[in-house]
Design a protein around this ligand. Structure first.
Ligand code: G3I
Length: 309
């Protein structure tokens, strides 16, 4: 159904489960047309020492996806989190940090050239007030690290789509406007930014303002930037399971519907995990569309309903 709507419907997946759980794999193969590599491409996993890259786990995930005709979103080249000690404690100069980051980005992007369809190049670079978030990259290289990262990734694989990914930027706010302005200004300088990822880690009490998100997507459409709903999950914190699964389903429906109403701009809807059993959130929050026993939830049916329309 997603193929017919020209929508990518994805799930974040991990090596550990791909290597060990055949049921998990069969759901990924049959229910999605895209995956995001949830953890195995993060800095600590893939670049554990200055001169050492470890592609083993991410390769298994990427090969599994490609063998099953699933597009791959690489996640994530530049982030403040999951930085290894060798880098944190290295006391490198600005020029050394630029060399390290360029080497990091280009070694990984080249390794997955023609395999990874889109990259989350820079992840979570902003604070809520729209200023740039403190990180080892901002402190050592300065704000230019963002544009440089996109340029370096583009040099390594000119065909890969390049995304900036963040949370709290789907509606109109100081943060989302700062992200929008940065992306427009990078594009005006000729720096290739193809898309923006709205993470959307929600809970059922979230008041979702579809109109606001639509208006935000419209400004990206106007500058030719795609949108992914890149890390969707909806936590259920409370204690009335029946009522709450309804609310969860309704909210999943609204999110996908909002994406589908901006066809051509909103090109992917990605859930942050496959089953509640393996979510990054505590199991009892049951945030995903398959339950702990891998059964389809109301949330799954809600997505089907949205796709039917
Ligand atoms: O793989 C090791 C395992 O070997 C070890 O025994 C275990 C003990 O703690 O840790 C395992 O690693 C954990 C990993 O998840 C895999 O389960 C890390 O400690 C843990 O920090 C890591 O958390 C991930 C988190 O990012 C930090 O990288 C979550 O799974 C992942 O869902 C989450 O994803 C982030 C996105 O990248 C960015 N946006 C927000 C999103 C949710 O926080």
């Amino acid at each position: 159904m997603a193929d017919k709507q020209q929508l990518l419907i994805g799930a974040a997946i991990n090596y550990e489960k791909v290597a060990s759980d055949s049921k998990y794999k069969s759901i990924v193969k049959s229910e999605f047309n895209m995956v995001t590599v949830e953890n195995d491409m993060k800095f600590t996993s893939i670049h554990p020492a200055r001169k050492q890259y470890d592609f083993n786990k991410a390769d298994v995930v990427v090969n599994f996806a490609l063998m099953n005709n699933l597009r791959v979103q690489g996640h994530t080249l530049v982030w403040h989190n999951r930085i290894p000690d060798w880098l944190l404690r290295g006391h490198y100069s600005k020029e050394e940090m630029k060399r390290i980051l360029k080497d990091h980005i280009q070694t990984i992007v080249r390794h997955y050239k023609n395999k990874v369809y889109a990259w989350d190049v820079v992840n979570e670079a902003f604070n809520d007030d729209g200023s740039l978030r403190d990180s080892i990259w901002l402190r050592t290289i300065g704000s230019e690290y963002i544009g440089l990262s996109f340029q370096w990734a583009h040099e390594a694989d000119p065909k890969a789509l390049l995304f900036l990914n963040d949370f709290g930027i789907e509606g109109l706010s100081d943060k989302s406007t700062a992200v929008y302005r940065l992306i427009s200004s990078l594009k005006m300088q000729g720096i290739p930014v193809n898309g923006v990822g709205f993470q959307m880690h929600y809970s059922i009490s979230k008041e979702f303002n579809a109109d606001n998100v639509k208006r935000n997507m419209k400004r990206y459409r106007d500058i030719g930037v795609e949108v992914h709903f890149s890390e969707v999950d909806i936590a259920v914190p409370g204690n009335d399971p029946n009522m709450e699964t309804d609310i969860q389903g309704d909210l999943y429906f609204k999110l996908l519907n909002t994406c589908l109403n901006s066809k051509g701009t909103c090109t992917a809807f990605i859930v942050w995990g496959v089953t509640d059993k393996y979510s990054w959130l505590p199991k009892e929050k049951s945030p995903l569309i398959f339950d702990q026993r891998f059964r389809k939830k109301e949330a799954y049916e809600a997505l089907v309903d949205a796709l039917k329309q």
